[in-house]
Write a protein that binds this ligand. Structure first.
Ligand code: TTP
Ligand code: MG
Length: 409
């Protein structure tokens, strides 16, 4: 399953915000930073960059390179506020937004944009909204992973939009200097240069054994993977969500135990899929039931082992339903399943952490997720959910009354 990752980086961020606040600065060389012997440049407008000025340069040098520049000290509180507003815009496009710094973030559009081409549309829209709502410009990269997306966003600055698909590697990536690889600092670059490797593509032409002996096995594997365009780091949202839940209100109360059970399973499936999509596991399962007369129960159970699979979630929900809820003949008007106690999965410690059966179940669930994302929700449905085609509680809802609300907080 190819992922769709977008990387967004604001253009000349602090300087652009200042120009927006004082439009007469537009088109002029502008430097944000403190002048004088001990000052450094935070950033500068693209007009100042023509003179060779850049971030982290000693101010004295910048003054020499561009004597006519206008200098401003910078207003952090304002930039943070603008940064938040841009993040709010990005949050409209995916629940998975990972900010990297004040002006850049990764956005995971997998399953939202069908492929890289569709993501181009999203990227145009995102850039347009930032321009309309914030009068600022951003550069965006679209690619199947973080490494390539970040490379891409930097390729056509300012106001750029670049796609790097795997087939673009020979033209767009292999000619770049090795320093552009994530993890290559000046020391590694020097060691690579000694072996005649100055461009990313050279890594793949080099003898793998020699490379390992020069860099060590880990670094060699890591760098050649990146050069091939492999990078499976997930996009992680800044604050892990505190809970994930799905609930559904039924136009007609459910009273068939079989239907109630299927509804529980469908909600557990949805919640587990969200966990897997975010690469996290949950400790606690919550069940919410509202009866026809609006009596509402919320019950929870903490699992012995955190999970991202539907099975343990639905089992806990079933037990809560059986043991902790007294419907006393009333039908179910609303049913919700949720999870909390979310955290990244612990590193797998052999069978101590994960039984082989769980491992298999997780692999199957991931495969099903991938098919679903490609072919749509109905492509993979458990036999159990299909058993009674006569009336699927999830589909037979009178319009207007019923709702299914995924909620994340
Ligand atoms: P960058 O995104 O690196 O730079 P930029 O947005 O100004 O320009 P570009 O168009 O090349 O992306 O950094 C974002 C902001 O972070 C930048 O506006 C100012 C601040 N910053 C510093 O204060 N010091 C630094 O050394 C760098 C690199 C950035
Ligand atoms: Mg920037």
């Amino acid at each position: 399953m190819e992922r769709v990752i977008l990387h967004l980086d604001m253009d000349a961020f602090y300087a652009a915000v200042e120009v927006r606040e004082s439009p007469d600065l537009a088109g002029k060389p502008l430097i944000i930073g403190h002048r004088g012997r001990r000052g450094v440049v935070s950033t500068c407008s693209y007009e100042a960059r023509k003179y060779g000025v850049h971030s982290a340069m000693p101010s004295v040098r910048a003054e020499r390179l561009c004597p006519d520049a206008i200098w401003l000290p910078g207003r952090m509180a304002l930039y943070v506020k603008v940064s938040r507003e841009i993040r709010r815009i990005m949050n409209d496009y995916s629940p998975l937004v990972e900010p990297l710094s004040i002006d850049e973030a990764f956005i995971d559009l997998t399953g939202i944009a069908a492929n890289l081409n569709m993501a181009i549309r999203t990227a145009h829209e995102l850039k347009a909204r930032i321009r309309d709502e914030q009068q600022l410009s951003a550069s965006v990269g679209v690619a199947p992973n973080k490494f390539l997306a970040k490379l891409a966003s930097d390729m056509d600055k300012p106001d750029g939009l670049t796609v790097i698909a795997i087939q673009d590697l020979p033209v767009k990536v292999w000619p770049l200097p090795v320093e552009r690889l994530w993890g290559v600092g000046p020391k590694t670059a020097e060691r690579l240069r000694e072996s005649g490797i100055t461009r990313i593509g050279h890594l793949l032409e080099h003898d793998p054994g020699l490379l390992r002996s020069r860099l060590g096995a880990n670094a060699a594997t890591h760098l050649t993977a990146l050069a091939r365009g492999d990078d499976d780091r997930p996009v992680l949202s800044e604050r892990p969500h505190k809970s994930i839940s799905e609930e559904r209100t039924y136009g007609e109360d459910l009273d068939d135990p079989e239907e109630i059970d299927r509804s529980m399973l469908a909600r557990a499936e949805g919640v587990a899929r969200q966990l897997r999509r975010q690469g996290i596991v949950a400790h606690t399962v919550h069940l919410k039931v509202r009866a026809g007369d609006f009596t509402t129960w919320t019950r929870s159970h903490t699992l012995p082992t955190p999970t991202d699979l539907a099975e343990p979630i639905v089992e806990a929900a079933r037990r809560l339903f059986r043991e902790r809820i007294r419907l006393a003949g009333r039908g179910v008007r609303l049913l919700g399943v949720g999870v909390s106690g979310l955290e990244p999965p612990r590193p797998v410690q052999g069978s101590l952490f994960e039984a082989p059966a769980d491992e298999r179940a997780r692999k199957m669930a991931r495969a099903a997720d991938a098919v679903r994302e490609k072919l749509g929700e109905k492509a993979v449905t458990r036999a159990r959910l299909l058993r009674k085609p006569r009336r699927d509680p999830d589909e037979d809802e009178p319009a207007g009354e019923a709702s299914s609300l995924p909620s994340v907080d």
